[in-house]
Design a binder for this molecule. Structure first.
Ligand SMILES: [Zn+2]
Ligand SMILES: [Zn+2]
Length: 360
């Protein structure tokens, strides 16, 4: 039996490769992909920003167990696993032995192995990325059973946006009764609002698009700062101070993804507060900022690129408990068959769709 996998050889070009389904090594799992998403990174790949040798797209997915490797009887949390079960994998593997893994910050693992595997692999097991019919989960890669009440549309992004902000808010130690400012009401921002509300925080959302502001309210934001109304950084800082007894936010989460937003974050946070930087991922973009500001305000800046792998289980559990409370189904607004994955990425790039999913 054969499977299919997508490859981007150059900007705005998609090819499909067909391979025999691989033998599954002891400890590994072959999954059948049921849904995968076009996330921001896939758009960057589609634009050709990920190197000259081409790239295999995809990292967010949900699927079913196709074949269990020898010795695999449970998921990473110890729940029994059999063929056909719905699962979500962490899209990378941490080493467990580097300086960061040993200190409990596996999110900063120095090896993050998946990055090397995005060139089209002629050698089995081939299926290293989920824009395809199958996905190969290596021994040691975390994988979790998806709770029955969590539909594919919600589970498929749990291994990216939700787990990352969940981990980020823990790193930032966001506590009961604290105020969180979220810069940007996209996928990461909305997930963060729901998680922050569940731990009793007050949420102020900053955005400038009607639909995104509406969603922010639906996902629990207590206050909205509309960037059209408060059109300068000074005005927004002033408004947030008004809403926080003149102090500024305890924690600011930057998920707008532009350097100016980071500069604004250190202005929005109170003295002694925490800034969580998750949004800026383009190496070439810079901003001029006064370091003395960080010194005199005694603030803490925490960068979060991925998450400790066991957070995926927390995320799936969170979805299971809150699936009826928030409109998770509205986060994806277009579904394409795998054959039309190119169109899904192109339309995402042109912002004709906000969040596209691909189904084999
Ligand atoms: Zn993602
Ligand atoms: Zn490591």
């Amino acid at each position: 039996m054969k499977g299919k996998i997508a490859y981007i050889p150059q900007a705005r070009t998609l090819e499909f490769y067909e391979f025999e389904l691989p033998d599954v090594a002891p400890g590994a799992i072959l999954a059948q992909v049921t849904r995968t998403n076009v996330c921001g990174s896939e758009v960057h790949m589609w634009r050709g920003e990920f190197g000259k040798r081409g790239v295999m797209p995809g990292h967010e997915m949900v699927g079913r167990v196709h074949t269990l490797g020898k010795g695999v009887t449970t998921d990473t949390a110890g729940q029994p696993l059999k063929e056909g079960d719905r699962i979500a994998p962490v899209y990378y593997r941490t080493c467990g032995s580097c300086v960061n893994c040993r200190e409990g910050n596996a999110a900063a693992c120095v090896t993050l192995g998946i990055r090397a595997k995005r060139l089209i692999p002629q050698e089995p097991p081939h299926f290293h990325t989920p824009f395809g019919t199958h996905y190969y989960i290596e021994a040691g890669q975390h994988v979790y059973k998806v709770p029955e009440n969590v539909p594919d549309h919600a589970a498929s992004s749990a291994n990216c946006a939700l787990s990352q902000v969940f981990f980020g808010l823990d790193r930032g130690n966001l506590r009961y009764d604290e105020t969180l400012v979220v810069q940007g009401a996209g996928g990461l921002g909305l997930h963060a609002m729901a998680v922050a509300k569940a731990r009793g925080a007050r949420v102020i959302a900053i955005d400038g698009v009607d639909l995104r502001l509406k969603r922010a309210k639906q996902f629990g934001a207590d206050e909205i700062v509309d960037m059209r109304e408060y059109s300068t950084p000074q005005a927004r800082v002033g408004r947030v101070k008004e809403l926080t007894k003149g102090l500024g936010a305890d924690v600011v989460l930057e998920v707008a993804g532009i350097p100016e937003a980071f500069l604004e974050a250190i202005n929005l946070v109170r003295n002694g507060g925490r800034v969580l930087e998750l949004g800026n991922i383009s190496p070439g973009l810079t901003v001029a900022l006064p370091p003395s500001f960080i010194t005199f305000k005694s603030i803490t800046i925490i960068g979060v690129a991925t998450y400790n792998p066991h957070y995926l289980q927390k995320s799936l559990q969170f979805l299971s408990e809150h699936i009826d409370q928030y409109p998770y189904h509205e986060m994806v607004d277009a579904v394409f068959p795998l054959e039309r994955a190119a169109e899904a990425m192109e339309k995402s790039d042109r912002k004709e769709v906000t969040r596209a999913a691909v189904e084999p």
